[in-house]
Design a protein around this ligand. Structure first.
Ligand code: 13P
Length: 378
């Protein structure tokens, strides 16, 4: 690990030590100094993000995705509505008890509360580490009908400097892999894995922890076994590329899907079977140097996502090299969004719903979540 850092440092134009690196890059014709990259700091941040029983809150829906979710509930699709919703989230009392890091979107990281307080400051004041989504979306992949490649590498070095100056301490990149007949192709898996690795290397150079998110989608009729097979191949490929691109595994978080049957597969395995398959798959493909695995929810209900994470921690926690945490968007936010519906008068109740889901997932990290917790809320 040190060798990689030292190797990169020695080729940089500035002075360095074995654990720190300073570089410059050009932005708008100006020399901008990249933040000092300190390996120990990266490791500490990565560990903090998955420490104890907390997890990440993904609130980084792109504008089109956020608008789509608003439209379904009849909420106006305006900048102000998106800002108000994000203010609801970041001002939820006690959120920092369950959430270690919040992933923002480019629009959101630049916004403020109504009283003018920047969201980044509100998040830090709540004891939460701010992060930022940096891919620019999954686009149709040339020559690969039905498959996507995530874009956003061009100009990423400069964007990371800006986000870091705004207070972000970690970044996220999502790749999406679809399962259907003859898909995913090797070409799609390789291209996405390489992009994830190049993004992760740039993050570490800029002093940001990388949250590496290769998402095998739940959509489709495929079986749990097929999801296992694809997830294993994807993760093995991603870690090969992370190694090739000299990414320090101790300074990153993996954000994978759980191993699940497709949404329309007639056979839906029980919670414990999903937990077993997911952990078995991760053990095959994820090196022990990675400090934590923070699952995406991917369209599971909030209750199922909590129950499955809980089962993994109940059955395996003491025997795993990495922490098993969460980095949910829908599985934390959905009930709150449905209660809020764009109505100021519903903010408090929506915040209680958000806090409740965050608390359920905190309990799931300890292996102490149960269905009773849901009744207490209803
Ligand atoms: P979901 O938990 O809703 O899948 O979202 C996680 C995420 O960050 C998607 O990129």
């Amino acid at each position: 690990m040190r060798g990689h850092l030292t190797g990169r440092t020695s080729s940089s134009s500035t002075s360095s030590t074995s654990t720190s690196m300073a570089k410059t890059c050009r932005k708008s014709g100006m020399e901008v100094r990249l933040p000092q990259m300190n390996a120990q700091e990266l490791i500490n941040t990565a560990r903090t993000l998955v420490a104890g029983d907390k997890g990440l809150l993904a609130m980084d829906e792109s504008t089109p995705t956020c608008n789509k979710r608003f439209a379904r509930l009849g909420i106006p699709q305006t900048v102000e509505a998106r800002r108000a919703y994000r203010e609801l989230i970041v001002t939820t009392l006690g959120l920092g008890e369950c959430i270690s890091g919040a992933i923002l979107y480019d629009e959101t990281i630049r916004q403020q509360k109504k009283d003018g307080t920047p969201f980044v400051k509100a998040i830090i004041d709540a004891g939460i580490i701010p992060g930022i989504k940096v891919d620019t979306g999954a686009k149709d992949m040339a020559g690969h009908p039905g498959e996507k490649i995530s874009e956003g590498l061009d100009g990423l070095r400069d964007r990371l400097v800006e986000y870091s100056q705004m207070g972000a301490r970690f970044a996220k990149w999502r790749a999406v892999i679809t399962i259907t007949d003859g898909i995913p192709s090797r070409g799609c898996i390789e291209a996405n894995a390489q992009a994830l690795a190049r993004y992760a290397a740039l993050c570490q150079e800029a002093g940001l922890v990388s949250v590496v998110e290769p998402e095998v989608l739940m959509d489709g009729e495929h079986t749990l076994e097929r999801c296992f097979e694809v997830t294993e191949e994807v993760l093995r490929t991603v870690f090969n590329h992370l190694y090739t691109q000299r990414v320090m595994l101790e300074g990153m978080i993996l954000k994978p899907n759980m191993v699940l049957p497709g949404l329309t597969c007639p056979k839906q395995e029980a919670v414990d079977e999903v937990a077993d398959a997911t952990v078995r798959c991760l053990k095959r493909a994820v090196p022990a140097a990675v400090p934590g695995i923070a699952f995406l929810s991917g369209g599971q209900s909030g209750e199922l996502a909590s129950a499955r994470l809980n089962a993994m921690n109940v059955r395996f926690k003491s025997r795993l090299p990495w922490a098993l945490a969460f980095s949910f968007a829908r599985a934390i936010q959905q009930p709150a969004l449905e209660i809020w519906q764009g109505n100021e008068a519903h903010v408090l109740l929506a915040q209680q719903a958000l806090y409740h889901r965050a608390m359920c997932n905190k309990a799931a990290r300890r292996g102490e979540y149960n269905a009773e917790m849901e009744k207490r809320w209803v």
